[in-house]
Ligand binder design. Sequence first.
Ligand code: NAP
Length: 199
Amino acid sequence: MAVHGHYPKLGVFGGTFDPPQNGHIAVAKAVLERLLLDHVLFVPAGNPWQKNEQTSAAQRQEMVRLAIEGYDHFSVSTVDIDREGPTYTVDTLRDISLQYPDSELFFIVGDDAFAGITSWKDFEKLGELATIVVVSRMGIAPEVPAKLSPSVNLLEIDSLPISSTQCRERIANGETLEGLVPGKVADYVAKHQLYRRNA
Ligand code: NAP
């Protein structure tokens, strides 16, 4: 496996990104600034086994690439798409730590996803691989499993009230994505007729 750039503090932002939206960008920017990270990798899930994604992994990867274009501190990692089988965060973090052996990893996750973390494969091992940065958008401190608690950093941020579900519903209802996703993502969604009802 190739060894990549040198980032002492490396953020790992996993997601289905179906589609990537402005809330994702705002989270990555806020965590980068607050924790003084050197870089954030956006990691689209290859097979997000707890979600019913509506687009292919290749389409979500391309939308993430378009969403972060122009941000020097962001890039896309394909580790979860390159690996076969269901996407498990424990594998994501292991693969990234092999690619970036000198980096300290910070796994960025929202409070909704974090609330289900005990259902994730080998969740108790995640804290050995990374600091788990839980971004709280509801201002409510989530319950932290005891086994993870030494590795969890709760970060309250001013997030944008946007979700990927809302974006998909907007398209299904024949509305635009204006203001919800980066312009290039909106163009991609329109060009490929994604998320349309009966698409
Ligand atoms: P997603 O819907 O694309 O969202 C990505 C992340 O962005 C989530 O943590 C989400 O937090 C956060 N987010 C989205 N909009 C936001 C906003 N406006 N403000 C603040 N935060 C926002 O991704 P996902 O399907 O939840 O997956 C998240 C990660 O969990 C992925 O890396 C996935 O592989 C991992 N996962 C792992 C397992 C496992 O077994 N290991 C199982 C399930 C998920 P919220 O959740 O709070 O919206």
